[in-house]
Structure formats: structure tokens, C-alpha cells
Write a protein that binds this ligand. Structure first.
Ligand code: COA
Length: 373
């Protein structure tokens, strides 16, 4: 007879990892021992992805090699090219990404190998591919050609230009790059756990990442950033406090608040709040930033809840000109670095992940023939 389950696996330690660590009481996050406050704004997304996947912050030569690998990894493959227009017509962004990413395995020369070197190559390719898939999807649904990515530019610079159709300013690129760094990994979050469960069956990296994308899609996880923006858009700027109190009184959750692990401010929210304020001021209309600040104060006063990573990410992406329905895809662009690193880690020291369950159904049922039911 199994023990009582811990609902939602709260506080259950489900894996060992050397990738990231959270101190939920102190509000600290580390990637491979580096404090996120030291990395954010000082380390690029490419360096961060290398740190997670290869284990070290790269030196200049290593970064050049990894950067070249990322550029080579951008080729989409024939199945994506043949199907992207129809997929973009019929599927929502996260649905489409789940499909498109899955199609890319067909052309991956390492698709049948879970060996460490093959996994590292796939991790780089998938990290390179995800932003291109989002950009190609976005272009296809508007019936335009996506601008070609510039091999000399970063993932952040190329993505912003491909999505907005405008050359971003150097500061916009820095800010978006910082967002990608902040979202790259986060211990045993739901999508990473999904990826590890899949990988632990000795399934391949593409399958694990597809499971992760499907898991990130949900509004309690990655989908929250989009919901934050939709809430801000619906609320009257003069009635923020009333609107929040009415939602809480109606038993609604306020998206972008609360966290399973952090019992204080999410350290990523500290950076995103600052970036949202900067971009709001630069845009000449910081209404959404000011509304967010007010929401934060009201939610804290009413429920004692802090904003999580999704709350200020929403207005940062909005001010950067990213369409609201691409906010969760942007999360996946960044988290691909972490997901793939977790698959590498899982395959390196694998055991099938197969927990137990508590049976709460009927017992001792008597079978009856179908004609007599
Ligand atoms: N708004 C209002 N109340 C909230 C809340 C929110 N965003 N988040 C948690 N609460 C309340 C719950 O209603 C519950 O109250 P109760 O004990 O009176 O029933 C309590 O806080 C615990 O919440 P619970 O959902 O059980 O916590 P959890 O650890 O299972 O969930 C989240 C964590 C992140 C899923 C949850 O805080 C949430 O749904 N947040 C909104 C979605 C979001 O922003 N997700 C992105 C996470 S990075």
C-alpha cells in the first residue's frame, strides 16, 4: 500500500542536478554556482547556454566555437519548410512550436543517439532552432518572409529583428538578452521535470523537449506571462486596485504572482521590474509599468504574494514590440538552454523516473457481462 502523496509533489526532491539551485527563503537563484545577480546584464545568453550545456562559462575561443555551432544549427530542415505555412494557419503559437520542433528531428543527423557528444550537438542545434521557429511561424501567419538571421549577430538581436521587423537598438538587444539569461533554467520546474521524465525512458532529446514545450504552454507555468499582459490590457488604468481586489474576491488567481519555491521576491523579478521601468520610460508611455507597480502593491497588501518571473517579463516584452501571444514562445526560446542541459544530465546518469500512486478508486468490483450492464 502506497503512502499518501504530496499534492503537486511540493517539496519532493525528484532529481539531483548540478545545473541550477534556488534558495526560496532568501530569494536566490544560481546557475552552476553563479548567482543570477552576477550573470544578469553581464553574461550573454550564448555564454549562459554554454554554461548550462557544457558546464563552464566559455572563454573567447570556446564562445566562438559554440557561436559557430549555433549558426550552423539554424537550418530548419525540409519538413518545417514544407509545413510551416499550413501549421501557422491552423495552430496557436505554442501548439505550432510543439509541432514544428518535433518536425526538426527528421533532419537531425544525431537523432538516434543519446551519447554525450551527440546530445551536446543536439542541444546547440535546438537552442539555435527555437528562436528561428518562432520567427518563421510569426512570418508565415502574416504571409510574409522572415528576415534571414545575421550570422554575426546574437540570438537576441536576430530574434528581435525577425519578430518586430525593425533593427533593435543596442540597448534593446542587451535588455532582451538579459531576459533570455533570466529564463534559461530553474531547477525542477514543471516543463523541465516533464523533459527529464521523457529522457529517463531513454527517449531522445527532441521528444523530451516536445514534452517540455507542451508543459510550458499551461497558464500555471509559462503561459502566465501572456495572461499578465491580457489582464493589464483589460483593466482601466485608473481602477487597478479595485480590479485586483474584485478578482481576488471572486477567487481568481492573479497571473504573475506566487511561486511554489520562492517565499520572498523572485530574484528574476527584481531585474525584470528594473528593465520594465527603463523601457516604459524610454517608450514615452509607461502606463503599463505604473499599472504593474500598483498591482504588485495591491496583491502584496491583500495576499502577501510577490511577483514571479512572468509578471514584469510581460511588460518588458510588450515594450520591446513583441506580440503578446509570442510571450510564452519567447520563454521557450530561453528555457531550451535549460531543458537540453537537463536531458544531457539525465542521460549521463539515468534511472527510469517512475513514482508510485495512491489508489483512491473503487475496490472489489464484480465483473458483469456487457449485455447485463
Ligand atoms: N493569485 C491569488 N492567489 C494565489 C496566487 C495568485 N497568483 N497564487 C497562489 N495563490 C493562493 C492560492 O489561491 C492558495 O490560497 P488558499 O491556500 O487560500 O487556497 C495559496 O495561495 C497557495 O496557492 P497554490 O496554487 O496552492 O500554490 P502552488 O504552489 O500550487 O502554485 C503557482 C504556485 C505559481 C502555480 C501559483 O502561485 C499560481 O497559480 N500563480 C499564478 C500563475 C503564475 O503566475 N504562474 C507562473 C509561475 S512562475
Amino acid at each position: 500500500m502506497a503512502d499518501k502523496p504530496t499534492k503537486g509533489l511540493a517539496d519532493v526532491v525528484a532529481a539531483s542536478t548540478a545545473l541550477s539551485d534556488i534558495d526560496g527563503k532568501a530569494g536566490l537563484l544560481f546557475y552552476r554556482g553563479y548567482d543570477i545577480h552576477d550573470l544578469a546584464g553581464r553574461t550573454t545568453f550564448e555564454e549562459t547556454a554554454h554554461l548550462l550545456q557544457h558546464g563552464t562559462l566559455p572563454n573567447r575561443d570556446q564562445l566562438a566555437d559554440y557561436g559557430a555551432e549555433l549558426v550552423r544549427g539554424r537550418a530548419l530542415g525540409s519538413l518545417v519548410e514544407q509545413n510551416v505555412v499550413e501549421i501557422a494557419e491552423k495552430q496557436e503559437p505554442m501548439e505550432a512550436l510543439r509541432t514544428l520542433l518535433s518536425l526538426t528531428s527528421a533532419d537531425d543527423p544525431d537523432k538516434d543517439s543519446n551519447a554525450a557528444d551527440a546530445n551536446l550537438r543536439k542541444a546547440a542545434r535546438l537552442t539555435a532552432l527555437q528562436p528561428i521557429l518562432v520567427a518563421r511561424f510569426h512570418a508565415a501567419r502574416r504571409g510574409v518572409e522572415a528576415p534571414e538571421p545575421d550570422p554575426d549577430k546574437s540570438i537576441a538581436a536576430n530574434f528581435l529583428r525577425q519578430i518586430t521587423g525593425k533593427e533593435p537598438t543596442p540597448r534593446e538587444v542587451e535588455i532582451f538578452d538579459e531576459c533570455l539569461v533570466l529564463h534559461a533554467d530553474h531547477t525542477m520546474n514543471a516543463s523541465t521535470f516533464a523533459a527529464r521524465v521523457c529522457a529517463a525512458t531513454l527517449s531522445d532529446m527532441h521528444s523530451a523537449v516536445v514534452a517540455a514545450i507542451g508543459t510550458l504552454k499551461g497558464p500555471l507555468h509559462g503561459g502566465a506571462n501572456e495572461q499578465v499582459m491580457r489582464t493589464l490590457e483589460m483593466i482601466d488604468p485608473a481602477g487597478v486596485a479595485d480590479a485586483v481586489r474584485a478578482k481576488l474576491a471572486g477567487g481568481e488567481k492573479i497571473m504573475g504572482f506566487g511561486h511554489r519555491v520562492y517565499k520572498t521576491e523572485d530574484p528574476r523579478a527584481t531585474h525584470l521590474r528594473r528593465l520594465s521601468e527603463e523601457l516604459g520610460e524610454a517608450s514615452g508611455d509607461d502606463t503599463y509599468y505604473r499599472m504593474s507597480k500598483e498591482m504588485e502593491e495591491v496583491v502584496f497588501a491583500e495576499k502577501g504574494l510577490y511577483p514571479n518571473v512572468d509578471f514584469y517579463a510581460a511588460t518588458v516584452y510588450h515594450f520591446l514590440g513583441i506580440p503578446t501571444d509570442l510571450f510564452t514562445p519567447v520563454f521557450s526560446v530561453s528555457r531550451m538552454a535549460g531543458w537540453t542541459a537537463h536531458v544531457i544530465e539525465q542521460h549521463a546518469d539515468n534511472r527510469l523516473i517512475r513514482p508510485d500512486s495512491e489508489y483512491i478508486g473503487a475496490r472489489e468490483q464484480k465483473w458483469v457481462h456487457i449485455d447485463e450492464r
